[in-house]
Design a protein around this ligand. Structure first.
Ligand SMILES: NC(=O)c1ccc[n+]([C@@H]2O[C@H](COP(=O)([O-])OP(=O)(O)OC[C@H]3O[C@@H](n4cnc5c(N)ncnc54)[C@H](OP(=O)(O)O)[C@@H]3O)[C@@H](O)[C@H]2O)c1
Length: 345
């Protein structure tokens, strides 16, 4: 079946904004569900895109929004739990990863069954594994497993998402899972965060400096999603997405310093100091730079074993070809121009 109408969860974010722009440029109709419509201001301007304010954790709401769609894309994800470092809260108030990566995925799958939509693209992350030490990677890994399970089997039990999955063998959803390494591009939080830190600190103590990443450009990630929509060869598959080259964290921070003209002394921290820095940062109010869970995730290299998946008929961009332009001029105006350019408006 030709995919023409797509519902996206998490479409207002960094990856989502790029993906929605590319889908709109292909003339597809896109419904973006967002908890706050103003979070998706740039997208409202795009033709063929509607932004709907919706509680994506409400099962009935999801069923309503999915009706009449040909595909669902789930990009929702968080890197830190809001309650981390809040020792004053009872444990029942914690567990955002569980709700965001596992329970929501269950609800999406169930709602697709109810609404009669059978194509699902799920965003996961490189390193996702149900047995990982990091709770982020563990919850992403369980989310992946749920999606593949729904791809293999019919959903038998009406309330399976509440009572636990019960499947019968047979035809299920057409699912594709994407597992990118760290994603870079205009508006990213990773390289841009180091650019901001290097502006302020003359010396940068760096936790997990030897951790390895293969940064992949946001436009390439979005294009892989868009290309896979109508490609049956991608059904039932998981794709690791990496850029052409791997770097240590220290090399990446050096590179950001070179590009932005803020060359600083970087002091790599040992294992225990890295752990304590991550732990201390959990108590910083507001958005977190790092947590112990990130530290656990970085203990494993975030690089791909193979090359770029051949099913996608293009080669990923290098960091050096893209990053200088946006790292040097990362202003809201520059971001807006970037969105316009990718939407060809
Ligand atoms: N960025 C990376 O380097 C990277 C690397 C690997 C994998 N990923 C994965 O890629 C996906 C997108 O990442 P991103 O960088 O684009 O993230 P982002 O900019 O933070 O956007 C995340 C989106 O998820 C939605 N969201 C966040 N928390 C939610 C919650 N509790 N309930 C419902 N919706 C929620 C937000 O939608 P509203 O606020 O509009 O509701 C937002 O649009 C995530 O799943 C992430 O784990 C990212």
């Amino acid at each position: 079946m030709k995919i023409e109408r797509i519902c996206i969860l998490g479409g207002s974010g960094f990856v989502g904004t790029q993906l929605v722009s590319q889908l709109a440029a292909r003339g597809l109709r896109v419904r973006v569900l967002s908890r706050r419509r103003e979070m998706a201001r740039e997208l409202i301007l795009l033709p063929t895109v509607e932004v709907v304010e919706a509680d994506v954790h409400d099962q009935q709401e999801l069923i309503r929004q999915f009706r009449g769609m040909d595909a669902v894309i789930n990009l929702v994800g968080i890197l830190h739990e809001r309650t981390i470092g809040r020792v004053d809260l009872p444990s029942a108030r914690r567990g955002d990863f569980q709700n965001t990566h596992i329970e929501l995925t269950r609800k999406v799958i169930h709602a697709m069954g109810e609404a009669g939509v059978d194509r699902l693209l799920q965003m996961s992350a490189l390193g996702a594994d149900p047995n990982a030490r990091s709770a982020y990677q563990r919850s992403k890994g369980i989310g992946e497993a749920l999606v593949h399970e729904a791809g293999r089997h019919h959903i038998e039990h009406e309330n399976w998402y509440l009572n636990g999955p019960k499947f019968i063998h047979g035809y299920g959803l057409n699912v594709t899972v994407f597992r990118p390494s760290v994603i870079f591009g205009r508006g990213d939080s990773f390289l841009s965060m180091f650019a901001s830190l290097l502006k302020v600190f003359p010396i940068l103590p760096l936790a997990s400096a030897g951790a390895r990443f293969a940064p992949v450009h946001v436009e390439d990630v979005a294009r892989a999603f868009a290309d896979s929509l109508d490609t049956p060869a991608t059904y039932g598959q998981s794709y690791d997405l990496c850029g052409p080259q791997a770097y240590t964290l220290q090399e990446l921070v050096h590179y950001v310093g070179d590009v932005t003209g803020k060359r600083r002394s970087i002091v790599p921290l040992g294992k225990w100091m890295s752990y304590f820095q991550a732990w201390a940062m959990e108590f910083k109010p507001g958005s977190k730079l790092m947590t112990r869970d990130n530290y656990y995730a970085m203990a494993t290299d975030n690089v791909c074993a193979g090359g770029w998946p051949t099913v996608f008929d293009f080669q990923p961009a290098t960091l050096e070809a893209v990053a200088p332009e946006y790292l040097r001029a990362d202003t809201p105006r520059a971001r807006y121009e970037g969105y316009r350019e990718s939407a060809r408006r």
